[in-house]
Design a protein around this ligand. Structure first.
Ligand code: HGY
Ligand code: MN
Ligand code: MN
Length: 393
């Protein structure tokens, strides 16, 4: 960031900032960025590509001495935690900037009981509730937020194009389910007398999968609006159990407690809530039948977000110009797609209008070491951001 001529600092949630003042500091600022963190066993482009594209574009303007000609301040923000892998709460960095991170987030523990506040303190960052509120940006001082991000899906690759524009981002809910039965000896408790939390969890997980594959089999909806909700659900509803653990986790012990996560996403917020309501009812029925208890905690909730049309059309022109600069041919149009993946833009939409550019990734693979973006497509991302920033000169 400093090589790109930016003024830099790290804030109290660990977000890394780089700012170019532009020719008029009192103008509303353009924020541009993505997240520094990744999931476990991740690729190297999810998050980082958006940060590097922004810095490299500003570096080009710095080298050509045009940073000072920008009509507004431009600030790159590398957000500290978007994935929520460690503390099960996502957008810790961007939600702080947009003022929607609750103070309670500072006390959220990771699996070994270390809280967010502890981790920041171990990195010599002291933060209090007041400090957290002080991080919120004034909406009046912000013009918009833009993010370049890998698509994490197959659409751009099948369209044969490196760049696309994001129309909106699916809403998402994260649940933590704890099933408690009675711990026992694997060799002596007759099957008919077991309260097996693991077997119960397995039945709940299979229920979740069939509910998300065929929501129309589960939701008795008859009105016109219910039917349109069902159509939107069926096209976009996805559910995932990514984590499961049990106690005491020994091969010859019937687990007394089994815990697992549920990640549910859909473009339709009402539909997503209807699914969660139906799922919870059915889960409790199964657990009652099995004489085990079931506690369902909502760990994270983010409604679907629509990208700003004005920003999106400017980003589309920038993408088309970048593709022309790379291929030498005029590209008539860029794909416009919805994002099933969550992004910092969801949190930033509470602060300002948001726009996103998607970058093709091989096979649409992400959240895996196999995640890959070709050099030319990395170049296209940087050129698109540069072209967008040139519209701010
Ligand atoms: O889970 C997501 O959609 C994002 O990668 N945080
Ligand atoms: Mn991710
Ligand atoms: Mn991401």
């Amino acid at each position: 960031m400093e090589e790109a001529g930016l003024q830099t600092w790290v804030d109290q949630m660990g977000n890394v900032h780089g700012r170019a003042k532009g020719k008029n500091e009192s103008e509303k600022a353009l924020l541009i960025g993505s997240h520094l963190d990744t999931v476990i066993d991740a690729g190297i482009f999810d998050g980082a590509l958006g940060i590097i594209s922004a810095i490299s574009a500003l570096k080009v303007l710095h080298i050509s001495r045009e940073l000072e000609k920008l009509k507004r301040p431009i600030e790159v923000i590398a957000f500290s935690d978007e994935e929520g892998v460690r503390f099960q709460s996502t957008f810790l960095g961007s939600a702080a900037i947009s003022g929607v991170l609750p103070v309670s987030a500072l006390q959220m523990p990771d699996k070994s009981g270390v809280t967010v506040q502890n981790v920041l303190k171990d990195n010599s960052i002291e933060i209090s509730g007041e400090g957290l509120f002080a991080l919120k940006y004034d909406p009046e001082s912000i013009w918009g937020y833009v993010e370049a991000h890998i698509e994490q899906g197959p659409v751009l690759e099948s369209a044969g194009l490196p760049l696309g524009i994001v129309k909106g981002i699916a809403g998402q809910t994260r649940l933590k389910v704890t099933v408690r039965g009675s711990q026992g000896h694997a060799g002596t408790v007759p099957m008919s007398m077991r309260q097996d939390s693991m077997a119960a969890a397995a039945e709940l997980i299979v229920l979740l999968e069939s509910l998300c594959k065929h929501p129309d089999n589960f939701l008795s909806l008859d009105g016109q609006c219910e039917r349109s909700m069902m159509e939107s659900l069926t096209g976009s509803l996805v559910c995932t159990v990514g984590e499961i653990s049990c106690w005491p986790s020994a091969s010859n012990v019937i687990p007394g407690e089994t815990t697992f996560t549920i990640d549910i996403r859909a473009m339709d917020d009402l539909g997503r809530q209807a699914i969660i309501y139906e799922l919870s009812n059915r889960m409790h029925q199964i657990c009652d039948r099995r004489s085990v208890s079931c506690v369902i905690e909502r760990k994270h909730e983010a409604n679907a977000v629509g990208c700003d049309n004005g920003l999106s059309s400017q980003l589309k022109s920038a993408a088309l110009s970048a593709m022309k600069r790379i291929s030498g041919e005029v590209v008539e149009d860029a794909p416009v797609l919805m994002s099933g993946a969550g992004h910092d833009a969801m949190a930033m939409s509470h602060l300002t209008k948001v726009g996103m550019i998607f970058v093709r990734c091989r096979g649409g693979v992400s959240h895996s070491p196999a995640e890959h973006v070709s050099n030319d497509d990395v170049w296209a991302a940087g050129l698109a951001i540069l072209s967008f920033l040139e519209s701010q000169l």
